[in-house]
Ligand binder design. Structure first.
Ligand code: DC
Length: 248
């Protein structure tokens, strides 16, 4: 296994919208939709943790034997590549989205996300992507650890029962029974507990509780906030001293 790439320097970023929140709060799909409306790109930071986990599983199936150094070495097979409206985390040059969403990866990804060197590696990849493009980045700590100067920070929450129900409707393509929702809620609450250390709401984040909102309403709200922020920051940069462009 070869060592990971050198960490890039973190230079000034383009326009960044940070969307954080717990598992299954709809961050990724909402971020994708917002990015599409604004004509900018989406970065799913969770996909990088998943890709690092998948890469580690390929090298060493016994997760108890993983070390941060071993996971980082395995992660050298990952590239974050811009596509039409997003960035794809490729493993050995291949799009492996199904593998990244597999139960094997989902059950071990929190362990990898708690490894500080892996967090630094992910943060460097995400910052690199934002140097070239205006982006919507979703994750857990984007507005605090990765882009504390993001132009707009959203913290997206929803009641666990509602999150579980939405996830099941998407997976089963039918209305789930209360028993099914209860079991999924239990799993989600356990995942939230495992990720709680990394899931941080920035003091200057706008809290959106989507329990009683449709996804279109969430997207409308974030799009309006983004356009307001873009107008208000035009010409007066707090990021790089050069003045933010009007992006949309
Ligand atoms: O959002 P997700 O389920 O794809 O995230 C996968 C894992 O990565 C989950 O354990 C939380 C973690 N994660 C993190 O710790 N920090 C981020 N910025 C994004 C995800």
């Amino acid at each position: 296994m070869s060592p990971p790439d050198q960490m890039p320097e973190t230079g000034p970023s383009q326009f960044v919208i940070a969307i954080d929140g717990p598992a299954a709060s709809g961050k990724s799909s909402t971020s994708q939709w917002v990015a599409q409306r604004l004509g900018i790109r989406h970065v799913d930071s969770g996909a990088l943790y998943r890709a690092a986990t998948a890469a580690a599983l390929r090298v060493e199936p016994d997760a108890d034997r993983w070390t941060p150094e071993g996971v980082l070495a395995a992660a050298s097979s990952i590239q974050l590549v811009p596509t039409d409206r997003t960035f794809a985390a490729l493993l050995d040059g291949q799009d492996c989205d199904e593998e990244l969403r597999s139960t094997a990866v989902t059950s071990q990804v929190s362990r990898v996300a708690r490894m500080q060197p892996v967090r630094e590696w992910v943060n460097a990849r995400v910052r690199e992507a934002a140097r070239e493009h205006a982006v919507v980045v979703d994750g857990r700590d984007i507005g605090t650890a990765v882009f504390p100067d993001a132009a707009l920070k959203i913290f997206l929450v929803a009641d666990p029962w509602e999150r579980a129900k939405r996830r099941l409707v998407q997976r089963l393509e039918r209305l789930p029974s209360d028993g099914e929702v209860a079991e999924e809620t239990e799993r989600l609450v356990q995942r939230d507990a495992k990720d709680s250390q990394q899931t941080v709401q920035a003091a200057d984040a706008v809290l959106i509780d989507s329990t009683y909102l449709t996804q279109a309403e969430q997207v409308d709200r974030i799009e309006s906030l983004a356009r307001a922020v873009s107008r208000n920051t035009d010409g007066s940069s707090e990021v790089d001293g050069g003045g933010w462009k009007r992006y949309f």
